[in-house]
Design a protein around this ligand. Sequence first.
Ligand code: HEM
Length: 416
Amino acid sequence: MNANARELAAGFDLEKLTGEFYADPYPTYRALREHEPVKRLPNGSWFLTRYDDLVSAYKSTKVFSSDKRREFLPKYGDSLLYEHHTTSLVFNDPPAHTRVRRLIMGALSPRAIAGMEPDLIALVDRLLDALAARDKVDLIADFAAAIPIEVIGNLLDVPMEEREPLRDWSLAILGALEPVISAEVFARGNKAVKDFLSYLEILVEGRRAKPGNPERDVLTRLIQGEDNGERLTEKELLHNCIFLLNAGHETTTNLIGNGLVALTAHPAQKKRLIENPEMIKTAVEEILRFESSNQLGNRMTTEPVELGGITLAAGTPVTLCIGAANRDPKQFSDPETLDIGRTPNRHLAFGTGAHQCAGMALARLEGAIAISRFLARFPHYALNGPPVRGGRVRFRGFLRVPCVVGEGRPTIETPC
Ligand code: HEM
């Protein structure tokens, strides 16, 4: 086992992953944490798996830069994908980052998020009614993915009848962030940015002419800027609207999907949550830790830095493996076990430091409402076929999860 773990760590290459890895990356992550926690990959970048190393990297924006202008140039060239990603909040350093983040955080205030709760409950209940009418459903398309797209649609006040393309645009743009991409994935991502920008230009023009309620409408808030006159440029505004949709869509879909699938594989935890619905908050945190929807983060060193006795040179790309850090036994007792009551639970699913997820309160609210109301309505839900994984290393989730909701009657559990 030890020799295998050593070999697994030694042979790890983020650009050559196997089907086995995509199905269950955690044995590899454990092997890396134990044997090569600061791992040099064949392409010259480094891969970190220890909790403490990730925290150090996240906390130092000076040494670990998020600015991707240099790194993305060979991958995207002078393309719209390049313009989009390098203008997104998450891929910038202070001071540009600080200014844009303040405007976005202002628009995602606790008050704005609390105000979304009634609409969110109504949306989830409508989806549950539709599931009940069909019995055999796809947990992703029919439920998990339908929630964040509507929430962000509401956030930006995108008219209902114009929301259909949003999900595909978002998946195409995020797909192009995978470590290795084909020409087709690149072209699809680029076209999605182009189409999305054309759509947003019209939406923003309309909103400038007829502003919405800035308390509820994040787009109006972003257009109007701060009281002190601080505003986003047109380019920043458009790309960060795209980024908000992307940041909040697949990640939250995966939280809901991963949670409902993980509970079928852990029936005792499922029963515990159904019998103790007040545990939903700790359960959501545990799902975020156990199957983090966003598994990888990226940084570039700006000066030589030492980690675990190894010195990384300035200008080295570093991947922060959230999925591995969230199972580090030095931080979490019994880390490979799903425990919906785990506390404390200082997971890194939302990152930490200056770039910590700006939408985490919203994601937590969506996860809690979706999962708790689903369990209350369909306590006997079960998978009725193998769930299909998304096949991505960065964003961990399912593409399809065939399920019978079995309203009011017991069905046989099918562990995934
Ligand atoms: C389960 C759901 C979510 C997960 C797991 C997640 C995860 C993350 C992570 C790990 C980061 C930090 C990236 C880094 O430091 O490199 C981040 C940043 C961000 N997230 Fe989320 N996110 C989720 C949902 C959302 C939602 C719903 C929104 C908003 C609608 C959102 C908006 C953002 C923004 C704006 C940033 C950039 C913050 C910055 O760079 O200052 N996220 N998210």
